[in-house]
Design a protein around this ligand. Structure first.
Ligand code: SF4
Ligand code: SF4
Ligand code: SF4
Ligand code: SF4
Length: 541
């Protein structure tokens, strides 16, 4: 830290603090509405927390004249509360009424909105009921002006009913001008030095005015006490649960933004990077901006796996980091979600919390692939990035996910290639075939073997049949015979480089490469379907 303070990085640190933490520049670039919402909640909440909730500790230490019922504090408390409430209203509209694509609302989002709303509304109701309460007034008058005569006390009460929002059936309007003058003098002598005009707390005063027809009944029913308990308990729950809720981002997001502004991943110690990544998991506000820009969104549309969206991957990763076990289905979904990431980095660029998401996925991906269930997609071209980063994984464990996936596919399809097993050549009625009319060109194949001859993968092996199961021309032939499952069992479909040599050399215009590609995804879907049955028998892992 000292090294940062005494270097040029301090400028970057200050810039990140002012522009990204205090002014939330990234959110502003994204959406003015969301920026206004976040600024209102963030600043309203922080100022209320320090000025009001921790007033006796923080505000008292900073301002010697601090008294919560005096201005400007009396006015500011309402202003900050109203800021939070306005932000919460925008959040509710945004999450529940505007149909924003890929904006997911989790139970944690609902909790955060709910607890803020209860804290602020109970606070306003409590202040409003207190303003109207005859019991509160009597207690106050007895404590601070108990020595006044009955006549003076009635004048004070009349003045409070007339000017301070009090509701009392003991004095009746209209009040004589001299009574109000006498009450005002008593107020200025005994009350004003520690009580600003009730109208200063404009939101509470308005709440009191709205409630005034029922004020007498509420006072008798002890609503001041009831609302105090609701307000106190909701604040207590909010603070006690803060470390476990998304509200923790109030503290973790600034740390993340500033750490990422000055931290050089390559020069940092691995333990420091790991610590930063743990903090990053708490910095997510679940704003879903990353999901809006994610390049893998087509995968999400096709697979309907919400864990493909970056915003939805954070919660399960956090659970894993906390040592909690995910169930089978969740683990598989998160492995697929992380694997289908294209490493485009767009989520990292737009994340207003400054989380280095791409790095998070890369780190989690290898660990999940090694520890999690078989993921057949590692056998596909999507493993390109993994292959490029191969040197980052110890050579002895790098092939393990590939073997696991290979075994998973074998468990479903390879038995059909068992030489000791007879194959029924009757085409299955309505059986699984490549479905796009485009790919049905396999029926034109007349077995010239050109495709297998030009294939660089086939040419790479001395005994390609043994290594690849079926060669391209044999796969076309199997499909012609209706033996789709046999074709899907060939290792060839996973080893195909999609170089299109076969397709270009086919004299019959068979779309060989496209067919292999489609077979691969049919096989992945088939393995997914088959997993449940295998699970029950304890297979596939
Ligand atoms: S990771 Fe960033 S962009 Fe994505 S939901 Fe969390 S805070 Fe928003
Ligand atoms: S890096 Fe991955 S998760 Fe992030 S936007 Fe790109 S595809 Fe989506
Ligand atoms: S090149 Fe075309 S016609 Fe010849 S075997 Fe391959 S797919 Fe069949
Ligand atoms: S597309 Fe696949 S099967 Fe066709 S030649 Fe290239 S590697 Fe071989």
């Amino acid at each position: 830290m000292l090294a940062v303070i005494f270097s040029a990085k301090i400028v970057r640190l200050l810039q990140a603090f002012v522009l990204d933490v205090l002014l939330q520049r990234k959110i502003l670039k994204e959406s003015v509405l969301r920026w206004a919402m976040h600024m209102l909640i963030f600043w309203g909440f922080i100022l209320l927390l320090f000025m009001h909730a921790l007033g006796r500790i923080v505000t008292d230490a900073l301002f010697s004249n601090y008294e919560p019922t005096l201005n400007p504090y009396f006015f500011l408390r309402d202003l900050f509360g109203l800021m939070v409430l306005a932000g919460v209203v925008v959040a509710v509209i945004r999450r529940f009424f505007l149909k924003i694509p890929r904006l997911m609302t989790s139970s944690m989002d609902k909790y955060a909105i709910g607890i803020l709303a209860v804290i602020i509304l109970s606070g306003f109701l409590l202040s409003g009921v207190k303003i109207t309460s005859k019991t509160e007034f009597s207690d106050m008058a007895e404590e601070y002006a108990g020595w006044l005569s009955q006549e003076e006390l009635r004048a004070l009460e009349s003045y409070w009913v007339s000017d301070q929002g009090l509701v009392s059936s003991d004095v009746t309007r209209p009040f004589a001008a001299d009574v109000l003058d006498q009450g005002k003098q008593a107020h200025e002598s005994y009350c004003a030095y520690c009580h600003a005009p009730a109208k200063s707390a404009f939101a509470s005063y308005s709440t009191g005015k709205i409630l005034s027809p029922a004020a007498g009944a509420m006072d008798r029913a002890g609503f001041v006490g009831i609302l105090w308990y609701i307000h106190f308990l909701s604040c207590f729950i909010g603070l006690a649960y803060l470390p476990f809720s998304k509200m923790l981002h109030i503290f973790s997001t600034p740390i993340t933004i500033m750490a990422n502004a000055v931290m050089d991943e390559k020069k940092s110690k691995p333990e420091n990077v790991a610590t930063r990544q743990i903090i990053e998991l708490d910095a997510c506000t679940h704003c879903c901006t990353c999901s809006l820009y994610c390049s893998a969104m087509m995968g999400y549309e096709a697979r309907q796996n919400t864990y493909i969206l970056p915003s939805e991957k954070i919660a399960p990763l956090k659970a894993l980091a906390a040592g909690r076990d995910l169930n089978e289905a969740e683990t598989r979904a998160i492995v697929e979600g992380i694997y289908l990431c294209t490493n485009c980095d767009r989520c990292t660029v737009v994340c207003p919390s400054g989380i280095n998401l791409r790095q998070l996925w890369l780190n989690a991906r290898e660990r999940l692939l090694q520890q999690g269930p078989a993921e057949p997609l590692v056998l596909s071209q999507l493993s390109f990035v993994r292959g490029l980063n191969r040197k980052k994984t110890p050579a002895d464990i790098y092939p393990l996910p590939l073997e696991k996936a290979d075994n998973a596919v074998s468990a479903k399809y390879r038995p059909l290639l068992d030489p000791d097993r007879s194959i029924d050549l009757t085409p299955p009625a309505g059986g699984q075939q490549p479905t796009s009319g485009f790919e049905n060109t396999f029926s034109y194949c007349f077995g010239c073997q050109n495709c297998s001859t030009v294939c660089p993968v086939v040419g790479n092996y001395e005994d390609p049949q043994e290594q690849l199961g079926l060669l391209p021309h044999q796969i076309m032939c199997s499909l012609g015979l209706g033996l789709t499952e046999t074709a899907m069992g060939a290792k060839m479909i996973w080893d195909c480089l999609t170089c299109y040599q076969c397709q270009e050399h086919c004299p019959q215009n068979v779309n060989v490469t496209d067919i292999l590609y489609e077979l691969k995804y049919m096989a992945v879907a088939g393995v997914d379907e088959g997993r449940q049955n295998h699970d029950q028998a304890g297979g596939l892992r």
